[in-house]
Design a protein around this ligand. Structure first.
Ligand SMILES: NC(=O)c1ccc[n+]([C@@H]2O[C@H](COP(=O)([O-])OP(=O)(O)OC[C@H]3O[C@@H](n4cnc5c(N)ncnc54)[C@H](O)[C@@H]3O)[C@@H](O)[C@H]2O)c1
Length: 341
């Protein structure tokens, strides 16, 4: 039987590569688009080694409408799209706002245009808990009002969400969309053949932790310990990337089954908040490594604490994460060792 084709933009990236694996294992035929602006071909080799097959790849930019049309035409029957492709560094977005708006908002507009031309009517969009800004109450539900974003990156995610809701609400709309608001993805595939690629100095906690444990960095700096949290360090909801990838399979299936509203939003997290110090301790427990760390100044723009209420994704999507924090951290460590080796 022919597999149902799903286009995965940004499929060579961190989350996209894991989603490609989960899609294929669930019986779909993923087709990757990537311009390798923040990934490497080695991710494709990793995917191939895990699955034992080559996944079709189109090396194009999602802002290039003609190139996108050529992919849609060549692939024929695409049943849906997962749009991961975006620029994602919050700090960099402050330096290069125009590039961020172009790449994140511009690429979505181009993609939507081409999807409409080719009658492709199912879209899963990568949103982020950054849309909540600094929430008034925790945990955040999908009903928690969004606040003005702290960065151009966060603003692009809010704008993309607004665009998708407006499109869905237009009278002649035929597009069905699921917006997944990711919390903090960590970890790597159990095979350690794909994972998060460290390009430059890591901006996220876990690559910093694993690189410090591996001796590539002298010391982990914890950004502030005077936040209004039990131990003073930031609290986040760390979700294993394989769990997150599986949420996309569930979302795609829901769209293809034509269940639910034309546009739906779901938090994807564990529902647990862990502080930076708890992560450090969990990493030490999970790996037996001792971490050299110090407390540094708080980073401007960091939200003190955020974690997800996952009631809606459990009850409506039937999706629940399964990995513990320790399991996720152990997989990050295994990936770090594989990268080193
Ligand atoms: N990683 C996180 O912490 C996190 C949290 C919330 C939301 N997200 C969102 O999830 C999505 C995937 O994130 P990720 O962590 O896998 O990032 P990533 O950078 O690893 O993956 C993105 C991929 O898209 C590609 N890409 C970027 N712009 C492109 C373009 N114009 N055309 C074609 N390919 C392009 C990059 O080369 C890369 O392979 C992004 O939309 C990101 O904003 C990520």
């Amino acid at each position: 039987m022919e597999r149902t084709k799903i286009l995965v933009t940004g499929g060579a990236g961190y989350i996209g590569s894991h989603a490609v694996v989960e899609l294929y294992e669930a019986g779909f035929q993923p087709v990757i688009i990537d311009n390798f602006s923040n990934s490497r071909e080695s991710a494709l080799r990793g995917i191939e080694e895990i699955l034992g097959v080559k996944v079709p790849l189109h090396r194009i930019d999602c802002n290039d409408a003609e190139a996108l049309r050529a992919v849609f035409a060549e692939e024929g029957s695409l049943h849906g799209v997962i749009h991961f492709a975006a620029s994602k560094a919050v700090g960099e977005s402050m330096q290069k706002p125009l590039e961020y708006y172009q790449n994140n908002v511009g690429s979505l507009l181009t993609l939507l245009q081409v999807m409409r031309e080719f009658g492709v009517e199912a879209l899963v969009f990568s949103s982020s808990c950054t849309v909540y800004g600094v929430p008034d109450a925790l945990p955040v539900t999908e009903q928690t009002p969004t606040k003005k974003a702290n960065s151009p990156y966060g603003a692009t995610k809010q704008m993309c969400e607004d665009i998708l809701r407006d499109v869905a609400n237009a009278p002649d709309n035929t597009l069905r969309t699921i917006l997944l608001r990711y919390f903090n993805p960590i970890g790597a595939h159990a095979s350690a053949k794909i994972g998060e690629l460290p390009l430059g100095v890591p901006q996220n906690l876990i690559p910093y932790v694993t690189q410090t444990a591996a001796g590539m960095r002298e010391q982990l700096t914890i950004n502030g310990n005077t936040y209004d949290t039990p131990d003073g360090t930031n609290i986040r909801d760390y979700v294993h990337v394989v769990d997150l990838a599986k949420a996309h399979v569930v979302a795609v299936q829901r769209l293809l089954d034509q269940k639910g509203e034309t546009v739906e939003t779901f938090n994807v997290g564990t529902g647990r908040g862990n502080s930076v110090l708890e992560v450090v301790q969990a990493f030490e427990r999970a790996t037996g490594q001792q971490l050299n760390y110090k407390i540094g100044p708080a980073r401007p723009g960091d939200v003190p604490a955020i974690y997800a209420d996952v009631t809606k994704s459990v009850e409506t999507l039937g999706f629940r994460t399964s990995a513990s924090l320790e399991e996720a951290l152990a997989s990050s460590w295994k990936w770090q060792l594989a990268l080193k080796g």
